[in-house]
Ligand binder design. Sequence first.
Ligand code: NAI
Ligand code: MG
Length: 353
Amino acid sequence: MKTFEIAVIPGDGIGQEVVPAALQVLQAVMDVHGGLKLKFTNFPWNCDYYMEHGKMMPDDGIQTLSGFDAVFLGAVGDPSRVPDHVSLWGLLIKIRREFEQVINIRPAKYFQGLSSPLRNHNNFDFIVVRENSEGEYSEIGGRIHKGEDELAIQNAVFSRKGTERAMRYAFELAQKRRGHVTSATKSNGIVHSMPFWDDVFKDVSADYPQIKTSAIHIDALAAFFVTRPQIFDVIAASNLFGDILTDLGGAIMGSIGIAPAANINLNGKYPSMFEPVHGSAPDITGKGIANPLGQVWTAKMMLDHLGEHEIADKLLAAMEQVTASGCKTPDIGGTATTREVTDAICRTLKAVT
Ligand code: NAI
Ligand code: MG
């Protein structure tokens, strides 16, 4: 039996509440699936650590994490004590960059028992694959002059390598899902990078003749997320387009408290990192009412990444069953505590498997 080594960083605020909840669920997963062994090692790197040591993690922190199969992170940030750019760049973003996590994936689906703000949600279920290392978020450019002659130039960087690997990831994913990839483009308005994006998309799609494709301009695509989200399976998007689409994906699900995410390393040199979309939620920290679903769904994505698809699907089904039964935290209209939802997921998982 293979033991997966998991580095656990609960971080700040509700990270300290939802990560233990997700670990309890992962323990239940191991109880029902005897063939799976996860070994958790906890790292207390957060704003408390910063107050004591003047840094978010030890100097050899990255080296320490590099030996693990995956990093499971809660949330980082305690803005009343440490400026956000210090805490996020000192831990979260540092891990993403150093570990070459060049792809960010975020699923969105209609979740039973949740009220989507969409009137016609039609059981949508899609995943956005976002290029996470280049594109519009490059540091190339600058500003010159002051006053009315002032100007700013921001260069977008699209490499064939970076574009192709994000698209390939999307096609591989679609092969395991409903077999459809949508390219988020804007080649009618952006005249160099987006026609290039379209060319690479055509080249990559030639390697996957069984996958259906479409290319939709980002403005129309964003509108379709609202009017007919059910048409999407996997969406390949550049860094900026993916950023915007994934927030919209979270919004149409109904709460940021349930949205999961994964930062994927593709070259196999470093671990990937799994973290929910939400932050440390200082406004509800310590009240015992943080929604654990985002962190638990993130755990589900980690199981998928480790190749444990069957139990991962059962876990998601158990989560939906619990939500549909009305056992929900206040952010999604219920009265249950973090602990009650967590216990219910564990019980349901054991009952369905
Ligand atoms: P936030 O996501 O922490 O909170 C936004 C709102 O959503 C709050 O009202 C909060 O109570 C609610 N919320 C979030 N997660 C929830 C959950 N699981 N259950 C119930 N309600 C939930 O974003 P905010 O307030 O802008 O940032 C707070 C701190 O978190 C800052 O320091 C920020 O930099 C950091 N942050 C960290 C992220 C990360 O670690 N990946 C991502 C976003 C923010
Ligand atoms: Mg964003």
